[in-house]
Design a protein. Structure first.
Length: 330
């Protein structure tokens, strides 16, 4: 969460044109293990709920350095998108939108969004500027998925063509060029809203460490370039599996609203981890088969992704030597 405060109008002319920036990070972006250990609380979701929101990360008692253990949920992209949006609002480049929240938005999400609803063109403008800022900060044009998610929410994403942006970001990058890039027609990414079916949740594990995304991506791309015959089938398989997972989620979400009674009975049976316990009626059996298909797709995607990571990791280790769950509520 980021707030911008203007200085009082009575202040000096220079001060009145300055902005005070207050940055606070949601607890979910960082591991809270140290705080839980300090308070002697078990590592459970209920314990996390007891921590104050936006709690500062612990510091080394000798050096004062912050112990920063990220959870890998795209905090840098979220910060960039928040800062850009807050600046645009504060400087009156965009205005609050009075349109009501979409009916499918969960109540708590609608409440959080009610104070800052934006129309589509303003949101797209924030997205474009945030993508540019994030690319400049990282020194490269990434996939853009984290920034797009921070701006538009849960989605199925197909990235924009990056070649033009790489060329446009060649130094020197001027404000005039950034303005031109923000309004360019070459932002051709595809964003389709996506929501989980009822009673399905993402279970995330706190591994008390983040990862260096540019380094990881670099190893994978190097592996793909050096071993194309090995990499291309894996690449295509992962893409196909992602499409399958997306289709399965959309199908189950339709079932959860269109045939809710059968859907709930099917999920009750699924919680027993056996297709043999499925109710006998045809509707439940159809839904059960789709749930098991989603599980199969996710397990297969995980195996393929792990295999790719291990292959790319070998590339990374060789380079170093040369230089020296989806869960269901019962």
């Amino acid at each position: 969460r980021l707030a911008l405060h203007r200085q009082p109008a009575a202040a000096a002319a220079v001060a009145s044109r300055t902005l005070s920036v207050l940055i606070r990070a949601h607890n979910g972006f960082f591991s809270q293990t140290a705080h839980l250990e300090r308070l002697r609380l078990p590592r459970t979701r209920s314990s996390l709920a007891q921590l104050p929101q936006y709690i500062p990360q612990p510091r080394d008692e000798h050096t004062g350095a912050v112990h920063l253990h990220k959870t890998g949920l795209g905090s840098s992209a979220a910060l960039t998108a928040s800062l850009v949006g807050a600046l645009f609002l504060s400087l009156k480049r965009i205005a609050h939108c009075t349109a009501p929240a979409p009916p499918e938005m969960a109540a708590r999400e609608a409440e959080a969004a009610a104070s800052c609803l934006l129309d589509a063109s303003d949101r797209a403008h924030i997205h474009n500027a945030a993508q540019i800022a994030h690319s400049l900060a990282q020194g490269k044009v990434g996939s853009g998925f984290d920034v797009s998610t921070a701006v538009f929410g849960s989605q199925r994403y197909i990235r924009f063509t990056s070649a033009w942006l790489k060329g446009a970001l060649a130094p020197p990058v001027t404000s005039a060029r950034v303005t031109e890039m923000c309004g360019s027609a070459q932002w051709n990414s595809s964003v389709q809203p996506l929501a989980l079916p009822a009673r399905l949740h993402l279970a995330l594990a706190d591994v008390h460490a983040g990862s260096n995304t540019p380094s990881m991506v670099g190893r994978v791309l190097r592996w793909k370039a050096e071993h194309p015959q090995q990499a291309e089938p894996v690449w295509e398989k992962l893409s196909s599996l992602c499409d399958g997972v997306h289709a399965s989620l959309c199908s189950l979400r339709e079932e959860s609203t269109g045939r809710s009674d059968a859907y709930n009975r099917a999920l009750d049976a699924f919680c027993q981890c056996s297709a043999d316990t499925a109710p006998e009626d045809e509707a439940c059996q159809q839904i059960m088969s789709r749930v098991f298909e989603l599980r199969r797709l996710l397990c297969e995607w995980r195996r393929e992704s792990k295999s790719m990571g291990e292959a790319a990791g070998e590339i990374g280790r060789a380079s170093c030597r040369e230089r020296a769950k989806v869960s269901v509520d019962a």
